[in-house]
Design a protein around this ligand. Structure first.
Ligand SMILES: Nc1nc2c(ncn2[C@@H]2O[C@H](COP(=O)(O)OP(=O)(O)OP(=O)(O)O)[C@@H](O)[C@H]2O)c(=O)[nH]1
Ligand SMILES: [Mg+2]
Length: 199
């Protein structure tokens, strides 16, 4: 996909703020600090479109990005961050759940998991949500640059086994540092999501 204009449409906390459009939408979910915002920046080749931070809990709203009026990316708040209050966690959980259950033009939720660690109970819960609203599962194994070559296969195998991925599911090893995986992501988008849009 040739990308020209990308912009933040809105940082929303409730459905009435969501953009009123009907273009395909891809949402990015995962634990705090897993690299959702960095993923968005890297695949769009924009340095700081989505705000990132080394401290977990950076993205606290549902951020909609419009790509050439053809595709939306949605940067979701991360879950599983211990240092936010119970109240805050509940609020974020409800915000994500409301979004997933109500967004008609949602084409795919992509789950990011850290390739260095085993998926957490929260990841399993999110995956169940995704299976309920999407036909297929797409996992991004993030921070793959932090693994040695010899550790990669085991790490990917662990994600596949623990999340019980099947042959129709997609797993993309990704690094926001090297850009590895960006091509595979766009191939997936072009093949599965974008059949109606201009290239
Ligand atoms: N080495 C490496 N670091 C990464 C990668 N992706 C993200 N990071 C770093 O991980 C930290 C968190 O990245 P973010 O993109 O802000 O994570 P997030 O999932 O959006 O976090 P929340 O907004 O808190 O949910 C930052 O310090 C990033 O620079 C990657 O692929 N490789
Ligand atoms: Mg973020």
């Amino acid at each position: 996909m040739n990308i020209h204009n990308v912009s933040l449409t809105i940082s929303a906390v409730q459905p009435k703020q969501y953009p009123h459009d009907d273009i395909p939408e891809i949402a990015f979910a995962g634990r705090s600090n897993v690299g959702k915002s960095s993923f968005i920046n890297k695949v769009l080749n924009r340095k700081s479109l989505a705000r990132t931070s080394s401290k977990p809990g950076k993205t606290a709203t549902i951020n909609f990005f419009n790509i050439d009026d053809c595709l939306n990316f949605v940067d979701l708040p991360g879950y599983g961050f211990a240092r936010v209050s119970k109240e805050e966690k509940k609020k974020w959980g409800e915000m994500i759940e409301t979004y997933l259950n109500s967004r008609g033009n949602l084409s795919q939720v992509i789950l990011l998991v850290d390739s260095r660690h085993a998926p957490t109970p929260d990841d399993h819960m999110m995956l169940n949500f995704i299976r309920a609203v999407c036909d297929r599962v797409v996992i991004v194994a993030s921070k793959i640059d932090k693994l040695k070559k010899s550790e990669r296969t085991d790490s990917l195998r662990r994600i596949i086994t623990e999340l019980k991925l099947n042959g129709d599911d997609v797993i993309i090893p990704f690094s926001a540092v090297t850009g590895e995986g960006a091509d595979m992501f766009w191939d997936y988008v072009n093949e599965v999501i974008m059949n109606d849009c201009e290239e």
